[in-house]
Design a protein around this ligand. Structure first.
Ligand code: PLP
Length: 456
């Protein structure tokens, strides 16, 4: 693999994600680019991991953060609330699906998923249904790396070594049209087949013992921008409602405008009981996530014990809320959702122009500025590459050498086989930058493919 910039000297004392690879040192950012210590610029075509929505160093977000810092950095939420947190909650509830009444702030996606799982369980205890103890989720999903979130997640390789520590969660098939819809099946019929599979899982566990079904509205890190087929999530919603089971939609990655609507579920015509957001909420300026809860859940707890039995030291952090508030105000004022739709079409058109005839691109999918290509050794059979070749890692390394940040991943199909590349550029990306992204991506992909060892 091509080597990148040098490691900091003396050698790093950080336990990095990858202990064997050197990382460039990020020293600056400007718009959609990050700059390393050597002055090299990287187009952030993945928004890190679908985080950066306004790009880097947005002056208004920085100003709002400076202003908050000058007033107050932090006040513990068991003693105080803050204006920044109150205003952010108000803004989020106004923009959330009908029936949403409250926001619960945490410091990231995994924490938000944990909070949603516990809120859901406590709700049933409060309303006298303590028998409900099961979660159902989907294979090949990602909900975070803390133990509860990892347990509901269906990413086989992430779970494998921790499996003995994870709560028992039933997993059903994800909505993965490219591989799982049968040739003679309509998209709608495929969606209903998935709903029937969920219904069977509910029946197996007993409908009155299930707390919630958990799913990413649009699949993200594990499968790469897998969009639900028409009617699938509506069918899921109806099924959950019929059994009194909560629907938790995880929009940590696909939400907060990334797919062209503020919440991805809007496009599906579905309202979850709990909506989990993070990444784009604060756009990377501060660590923040949130659970947006429907009134009936909050009311049940308010009229019952009167307290959600949860909390962390940094929930509702004033700096984090001030940054997210500024990000969301810019998003509204600059009408960036319309821009995501426009530039998303531009990205999709460019991907199709570049890869429709590419012998190793099997699928191009996504919504808004959340798009992916899935790579195959053979398009006619959809056969994936040998996982030992680590194609996804090669593409990432070549892209970084080209000055391009993308989010490739392996194990797309089953945790072992399959490779995809996820693109999630900041919402401010312009046409010329999209052209550059495609140019560098094509080069990185073709170099990686040309470099594959022959033996694998
Ligand atoms: N849920 C989804 C859908 C995600 O994509 C992620 C992260 O990629 C998480 C949860 C976990 O978020 P975090 O990494 O902020 O803990």
């Amino acid at each position: 693999l091509p080597t990148l910039s040098t490691q900091p000297t003396p050698p790093s004392r950080i336990l990095h994600r990858q202990m064997v690879h050197a990382l460039p040192v990020a020293v600056g950012g400007e718009g959609i680019e990050l700059i390393d210590a050597q002055g090299k610029r990287y187009i952030d075509a993945s928004g890190g991991a679908a985080v950066s929505c306004l790009g880097h160093n947005h002056p208004e977000v920085l100003a709002a953060m400076h202003a908050q810092l000058d007033r107050l950095a932090y006040a513990h939420t068991s003693f105080f609330t803050t204006e920044a947190a109150e205003q952010l909650a108000e803004l989020l509830v106004q923009g959330a699906p009908a029936g949403t009444s409250h926001a619960y702030f945490v410091s990231g996606g995994s924490e938000a998923v944990e909070a949603a799982l516990k809120l859901a369980r406590q709700y049933f205890v409060e309303i006298g249904q303590p028998r409900r103890r099961h979660f159902i989720a989907r294979r090949q999903s990602y909900h975070g790396n803390t133990l509860g979130a990892l347990a509901v997640g269906g990413n086989a390789w992430r779970r494998a070594q921790f499996a003995p520590l994870l709560i028992d969660v039933a997993h059903v098939a994800p909505c993965y049209e490219y591989r799982d819809r049968q040739a003679d099946e309509s998209a709608e019929a495929y969606g209903q087949r998935l709903v029937a599979e969920l219904a069977a899982a509910i029946d197996r566990l007993g409908g009155d013992s299930v707390i919630a079904f958990v799913a990413e509205t649009v699949g993200g890190a594990t499968q790469g921008a897998t969009v639900p087929v028409p009617g699938y999530l509506r069918g899921v919603r109806e099924l959950c409602t019929r059994h009194g089971i909560l629907l938790i939609l995880d929009e940590v990655m696909c939400g907060m405008g990334r797919c062209g609507t503020l919440h991805a579920c809007e496009a599906e015509g579905v309202v979850p009981d709990l909506l989990v957001v993070a990444k784009g909420l604060g756009g990377g300026y501060q660590p923040i996530g949130a659970v947006l809860a429907q009134a009936h859940l909050v009311d049940a707890i308010a009229q019952g014990s009167g307290a959600f039995q949860h909390g962390h030291t940094y929930i509702g952090h004033a700096m984090a809320c001030a940054a997210a508030l500024a990000v969301q105000r810019v998003l509204q004022r600059d009408e960036l959702l319309a821009r995501v739709q426009r530039q998303g079409l531009g990205l999709s058109e460019r991907l199709h122009a570049a890869f429709d005839a590419h012998r190793h691109v099997g699928d191009i999918r996504g919504r808004g500025l959340f798009q992916a290509i899935e790579l195959v050794a053979d398009r006619s059979t959809q056969q994936p590459f040998d996982p030992r070749s680590k194609l996804h890692a090669r593409i990432k390394a070549h892209a970084m050498a080209e000055g391009l940040m993308i989010y490739p991943m392996g194990g797309t199909i089953d945790g072992v086989h399959g490779d995809h590349v996820l693109l999630a550029p900041p919402f401010i990306v312009d046409d010329a930058q999209l052209d550059q992204i495609l140019l560098r991506l094509t080069r990185a992909l073709d170099t990686a493919l040309a470099d594959l060892p022959r033996a694998v």
